[in-house]
Design a protein around this ligand. Structure first.
Ligand code: TRP
Ligand code: SF4
Length: 405
């Protein structure tokens, strides 16, 4: 599975099971995951408990939504031979870690997460004044910290959740992460780096701690990681020592901001299931064609003879994703001079979108026809995830003092 260069370089991300995915989900997250799976050891899961936080009143569609998302993932090209695919609720350790983290999480931290009030406002028809909804970001923190990842690939809207995850990890490590003889153990570990590297490490650590130099931090980290004589525990200790904490039981992950293009929906607003303006990842060519032909264009371009402005046209945003430089300059010139009509303009786009979806739909079909294959992919993924989760929870329980064997 993970090649040498991906060892210890973990990535975790999750998606709520919203039912069939659309092009917005694909370009916003999935396409990025598909690339990452070959560069890191990736854990991707369906956040069904997160769906429950806002959707607890009606769960009738849960099972089929989870299934549809899995098929879309596989159809789009997530490769179960390269990444671990699982379902959150099948790993009960997530709930246990969530509970333990809840003990050290100040209420105010959760109350001030911007998505908390935003979502309350936006989903006014639902009663979200629940314990579970307030804990949404904390559950997410548990999802993430469980796998001790280096990165969490998410979009802009999730950055605050990764931030609070980092704060919680820091607090947890501060309270439970420091061994009584931590300093002495670190000194012994530093010696094991070899005298030259030991000196360099101390210098880099000073630069990081005194001046906050990110470069020094990165260099010192790689020194620790390449220290062949260090045990895994020593390595973790030094990583904690470097950042001024104790031994990091739950290392702080970084955000890997997905550079996602703006994917406009058919009405020009952001593509979103709740707006009903989507193109599905497995949609039939006829339907894709029909939708795109009717898609909103520059509203000022009423007649074919009126020149248009691509900057005011959502179709142009799609060209930015799908079209070559050549096609794009053809659009720019043709639109502004009224040399082409909007249907001409959409033609190459329709071809590209249909071709992209075709590949996904065909690959997905095999899974649609063989649900037992999907089940076994998920079982294996859950197995692997659970193994990693158990290892973390053993450390967490020991650190907290909940060890009775
Ligand atoms: N909250 C995320 C979303 O709505 C889904 C999610 C749950 C997640 N747990 C996660 C994302 C852990 C990244 C890591 O998109
Ligand atoms: Fe939009 Fe293309 Fe029509 Fe110009 S020609 S308004 S870019 S669809």
């Amino acid at each position: 599975m993970a090649g040498n260069n991906t060892q210890n370089r973990r990535v975790v991300s999750g998606m709520r099971p919203t039912g069939q995915l659309h092009l917005g989900n694909y370009h916003g997250a999935l396409a990025n995951w598909i690339e990452l799976q070959y560069r890191y050891e990736c854990f991707f899961f369906i956040a069904d408990w997160h769906a429950l936080t806002t959707g607890y009143e009606d769960t009738t569609a849960f099972k089929s939504n989870v299934h549809e998302v899995l098929i879309d993932w596989l159809g789009a090209g997530l490769n179960p031979g390269a990444c671990t695919i699982f379902i959150q609720s099948r790993i009960p350790e997530h709930a246990e870690l969530h509970l333990i983290l809840s003990m050290v999480t100040p209420l105010a931290w959760l109350e001030r997460v911007p998505t908390y009030k935003d979502q309350m406002e936006q989903l006014k028809d639902k009663d979200l004044s629940t314990y579970g909804f307030l804990g949404y970001p904390l559950l997410q923190s548990a999802d993430i910290l469980m796998y001790r990842p280096e990165f969490v690939p998410v979009g802009e809207d999730q950055v605050a959740h990764v931030e609070i995850t980092r704060e919680i990890a820091r607090r947890f490590n501060h309270i439970y992460g420091r061994e009584p003889d931590f300093e002495a153990r670190c000194e012994r570990a530093i010696k094991r780096l070899g005298s030259r590297n030991a000196t360099q490490y101390s210098e880099l650590r000073r630069q990081y701690q005194e001046q906050g130099s990110a470069e020094a931090l990165a260099k010192a980290r790689s020194l620790i990681e390449s220290g062949a004589k260090l045990t895994i525990a020593d390595r973790e200790r030094l990583l904690g020592h470097l950042e001024g904490g104790g031994r990091a039981i739950l290392p702080e992950p970084a955000v890997l901001l997905t550079k996602s293009p703006k994917v406009p929906g058919l009405d020009g607003r952001k593509m979103s299931k709740s707006y009903g303006n989507t193109i599905g990842l497995r949609e039939e060519p006829d339907s894709v064609t029909k939708k795109l032909r009717a898609m909103q264009t520059d509203p000022a371009r009423v007649r074919r003879s009126d020149p248009g402005d691509p900057d005011k046209c959502p179709v142009w945003d799609l060209h930015k994703i799908y079209s070559s430089d050549e096609t794009r300059s053809w659009v720019q010139t043709g639109c502004r001079s009224a040399g082409i009509g909007c249907l001409d303009c959409k033609k190459p786009l329709i071809d590209s979108v249909v071709a992209e979806i075709d590949v996904i739909r065909k690959r997905a079909r095999e899974y649609e026809e063989n649900p037992e294959v999907v089940r076994s992919i998920v079982s294996e993924g859950c197995e692997r995830a659970r193994e990693a989760a158990r290892a973390t929870m053993d450390d967490v329980r020991a650190a907290v003092g909940l060890e009775y064997r």
